[in-house]
Design a protein around this ligand. Structure first.
Ligand SMILES: Cc1cc2nc3c(=O)[nH]c(=O)nc-3n(C[C@H](O)[C@H](O)[C@H](O)COP(=O)(O)OP(=O)(O)OC[C@H]3O[C@@H](n4cnc5c(N)ncnc54)[C@H](O)[C@@H]3O)c2cc1C
Length: 404
């Protein structure tokens, strides 16, 4: 019996209840000696398919992509997010990752640009590794609007059938990729930190932290296409662009209805809080002891031409905005120099500084884990070291760094 993503053949079912025990959502129950589906509970995870020893549980034909259709999907796509005439850096990082995936799958890599008057974006995307650039140029796409973007990308998916679709885990990528996945009736893994191809099954391994960052989970989408993932900025390195690369540009005509909502005004956030792209990050942790001492970090950052970042402890204490948090649930930074004052080096924090070229740590505890990743470690009291540094740089007496 069906009505949902799976079908249970009552004439075959022997009542072994294995599918009942397997379903994580309690969507299969026994009706006499036969298992039956509760369609309203079924989430289409397909776990039950493997559990039935006699093949009585199958994917509903009208609902799941059959193998023939799976095979029709080909190519790796990167959603090339642009904002106010500039391409997001994460796009180039994804093109580098996408190139490796496309090579393994022996297929093309495409970049998809949505917007209006966007032709100038194509050459740099090709130079960065795209074989094809799909340009969906439409006045309705001039400004990001989730409903219209979803509609546009979904139309392109239906038209071209990509196998893999990647986007940056930016505010825009996070907001509308989920909607696209729902529309395309496929899976989406958000915030991936690693991607690879399982060549035996031709599947995308989508790896991301799970269970509070304590384990890395690798997620696959075996029954649906495209396989969709968002990836956090700064996880992958971008390739050196090759302006001599040749690629094709496809102009995609789309039928788009006017969006039901309109952006009346947008207010830019403070650009000084963009810690992700700074070459120098002066970061502080709970060892600063009180919010007022962040002023010392700001002064040092000013001297060095950098920005202030913090550990989550500082954000949790209410000392500073979460926009400056570095780490797994904050920003991933990739500065030339990362200075860590009074930061212990918890795994979730280190997750955010893996790409830092040089880490300099000041901590009073010689066994603090931050020293395991530091290129230069200073065991000492930041309340002595930080004011002394400022005095040397600024030539004036530093403020008092007292106790909380
Ligand atoms: C799901 C999850 C996600 C998380 N995400 C993040 C994240 O994105 N980013 C993040 O940072 N954390 C994150 N955390 C929290 C993380 O586990 C740590 O609790 C946090 O990073 C600790 O911050 P801290 O190093 O500032 O504080 P502490 O661990 O308390 O360390 C303070 C350090 O300061 C040193 N110190 C104290 N006094 C002085 C002094 N006078 N001079 C010099 N050193 C001194 C101490 O020796 C100590 O090493 C997350 C946790 C979970 C569970």
């Amino acid at each position: 019996m069906s009505n949902g993503p799976i079908s249970i053949a009552s004439e075959k079912c022997r009542g072994c209840k294995k599918c009942v025990g397997t379903c994580p959502f309690g969507a299969i129950r026994m009706n006499g000696k036969c298992a039956v589906l509760r369609p309203d509970q079924c989430r289409g995870c397909m776990d039950c398919l493997q559990s039935c020893p006699i093949g009585a549980v199958t994917a509903a034909v009208d609902d799941v992509t059959d193998h023939q259709t799976l095979g029709a999907h080909r190519g790796v796509w990167v959603f090339a997010e642009q904002y106010q005439g500039k391409m997001r850096e994460v796009v180039y990082e994804l093109l580098a990752a996408g190139r490796s995936l496309a090579k393994e799958r022996a297929c093309d890599l495409a970049a998809v640009v949505l917007g209006h008057n966007i032709a100038h974006f194509a050459p740099p995307l090709i130079a960065a590794g795209a074989d094809t650039v799909l340009l969906a140029d439409h006045p309705e796409l001039a400004r990001y609007e989730a409903e219209t973007y979803t509609d546009a990308l979904h139309q392109l998916i239906v038209r071209h059938k990509p196998e893999i679709l990647l986007a940056g885990a930016t505010a825009v990528g996070r907001a509308f990729f989920g909607k696209v996945a729902v529309r395309a009736y496929t899976g989406l893994t958000a915030d991936c930190t690693a991607l690879s191809i399982d060549l035996s099954a031709c599947l995308l391994n989508q790896t991301r932290p799970a269970l509070g960052g304590n384990i890395m989970a690798t997620i696959m989408t075996p029954h649906r296409r495209p396989q969709m993932a968002t990836v956090r900025p700064h996880v992958f390195n971008m390739n050196v662009p090759d302006p001599a690369r040749v690629g094709q540009i496809l102009l995609e005509a789309l039928e788009l209805a006017p969006a039901s909502s309109r952006v009346i005004r947008s207010v830019a956030s403070d650009p000084s809080v963009n810690i992700a792209d700074s070459d120098i990050v002066v970061a502080g942790g709970r060892g600063l002891k009180k919010a007022e001492n962040l002023a010392l970090l700001h002064r040092l950052a000013e001297h060095l031409g950098g920005v202030v970042g913090v550990s989550r402890a500082c954000v949790d204490c209410g000392w500073i905005s979460a926009a400056r948090q570095v780490g797994q649930t904050g920003k991933i930074v990739r500065p030339k120099i990362y200075l860590a004052f009074g930061i212990s080096g918890a795994i979730q924090h280190l997750e955010g500084i893996r790409g830092a070229e040089t880490v300099i740590a000041v901590n009073s505890d010689p066994y603090a884990p931050i020293f395991d990743v530091a290129d230069l470690g200073i065991v000492g009291d930041l309340c002595v070291i930080l004011p002394a540094l400022l005095e040397v740089l600024g030539g004036q007496s530093a403020p008092d760094c007292g106790q909380p």
